[in-house]
Design a protein around this ligand. Structure first.
Ligand SMILES: N[C@@H](CCOP(=O)(O)O)C(=O)O
Length: 438
């Protein structure tokens, strides 16, 4: 199957080209040229299937023309070596806990899948001529998942750009203490600056004629599409519990919109989700689009749910493309909500006091939006995208606890921070890459 650029449907690439380029050379995002349906029979038995079995069927439907079945099975099995529990936090409202992977955030699924798919396509070993340089911009969680997913992968160097002082201390430790093939770049700016800098690199012809560059943000099809596995899995777990799944609302904490975009594609493949909620912190350009029909990116502001501090979500282009630009159709399928820091922390405290369930700030945005947006009688799932301990000081002060730090996280806190400081302009990144990679 080929993939086309959202900037020009006539520009196409193979899966291998799309994954190794990341962004299309014209600056568009790659989209699959068709969205294959999953046979209805699959849904009859889905409640008896494991996460890995479900993911393999979904992955084969999407990538089966391009990757041999045994390779795909290995990629899926190695990627999903952890559980993704679905927990009922109050009647009819379920948390999909996506924070049980190595870096305790949902990005582990896409990052681990992409690392393996890239290795398969690259498959060249560690000499300098074949090195792939992975550039990634992070507002918190992508950086750690990508850095850990690609750590010591032969033939790959990773450069993580992040906004100085705007990610949590634990998140920062997860990608600045690893060394080896991982370089952390501390940018004196916002996440949007970091994202604009890496995108400029991907479309710079002279840089790309010298270096092999790709993206591990949700720009990359191998990072964003596998995120749909867990929506099928959540549906399966409800079916397994005998919960009626005919009116399902899913609330997704949304920053760069790759996560919700993968869920929209899952629906096109046949997954019966009735409605989607894009839950935002104060960075709510998508909600403003839903309210006005106008998409007006603006610089992101810092919030307590920092992984969603995105002012110009990359995947808006994919959502528009998926709906053929129809504003009415987008509004029919997706609602939006926005909350400030006080509301987010109040939600963490309110749910904890009532039920004992500890939300992280991103999950809190999604939970509250679900409660505000779900129709009576529908079943709701919200995504708990990161472990609450990654935001320990905010969560502790909201609920008056001293949350234990899981050993997987504590490990990172022992390392020494190593970063390169950079101004928020593309020429600084270009010069640095040319010096470093030669
Ligand atoms: N939420 C992000 C921002 C980048 O998102 P991505 O899904 O495009 O990688 C983060 O945690 O860094």
């Amino acid at each position: 199957m080929n993939y086309y650029s959202t900037n020009n449907p006539h520009y196409t690439a193979s899966l291998s080209e799309a994954v190794t380029q990341g962004l299309a050379p014209d600056g568009g995002l790659y989209m699959p040229e068709r969205i294959p349906s999953i046979p209805m029979a699959f849904f009859k038995h889905i409640g008896q299937m494991s996460l890995q079995e479900i993911a393999f069927v979904v992955a084969s439907t999407l990538f089966g023309d391009d990757i041999q079945s045994d390779n795909l099975k290995k990629i899926v099995t190695e990627t999903l070596s952890f559980d993704i529990p679905l927990k009922e936090v109050e009647p009819g409202i379920y948390a999909l806990e996506l924070f049980h992977g190595p870096t305790l955030a949902f990005k582990d699924v896409g990052a681990r899948f992409m690392a393996r798919m890239l290795a398969l396509f690259n498959n060249k070993g560690g000499d300098n001529e074949n090195v792939v340089n992975v550039l990634v911009a992070t507002s918190g969680d992508t950086g750690s998942a990508v850095a850990n997913g690609f750590l010591d992968v032969p033939g790959v160097r990773v450069f993580v750009l992040y906004p100085q002082g705007k990610v949590s201390r634990i998140q920062e430790a997860q990608f600045t203490t690893l060394g080896r093939n991982i370089t952390a770049i501390e940018v004196d700016g916002t996440f949007d600056d970091c994202q604009a800098m890496v995108k400029s690199a991907f479309i710079d012809p002279s840089l790309n004629s010298t270096l092999t560059l790709t993206s591990a943000n949700s720009i990359n099809v191998a990072r964003f599409l596998p995120q749909m596995f867990y929506y099928f899995h959540a549906y399966a777990r409800l079916a397994e519990m005998g919960v009626p799944v005919d009116r399902l609302t899913v609330s997704v904490p949304s920053g760069n919109f790759g996560n919700i975009c993968s869920a929209l594609i899952a629906k096109r493949m046949g997954l019966n989700i009735s409605h989607f909620i894009a839950a935002n912190n104060r960075n709510d350009v998508f909600l403003q689009y839903l309210l006005t029909g106008k998409y007006v990116p603006r610089p992101s502001v810092q919030t307590v749910a920092n992984a969603m501090d995105v002012g110009n979500p990359s995947n808006f282009a994919r959502i528009l493309d998926l709906y053929g630009g129809s504003y009415d159709d987008i509004c029919r399928d997706i609602s939006g909500f926005t909350y400030n820091d006080d509301q987010i922390l109040h939600t963490v405290s309110e749910l904890y006091n009532r039920t004992g369930y500890v939300l992280d700030p991103h999950g809190a945005v999604a939970y509250r939006a679900l409660k505000d947006g779900i129709e009576p009688g529908a079943i709701g799932i919200f995504l708990e995208t990161a472990h609450p301990a990654k935001f320990k000081s905010a969560v502790d002060s909201a609920i008056g606890t001293d949350l234990p730090i899981p050993s997987k996280l504590a490990m990172f806190m022992r390392g020494e921070k190593q970063t390169v400081k950079m101004s928020p302009q593309y020429p600084a990144l270009r010069k640095f890459l040319l010096n470093e990679c030669h």
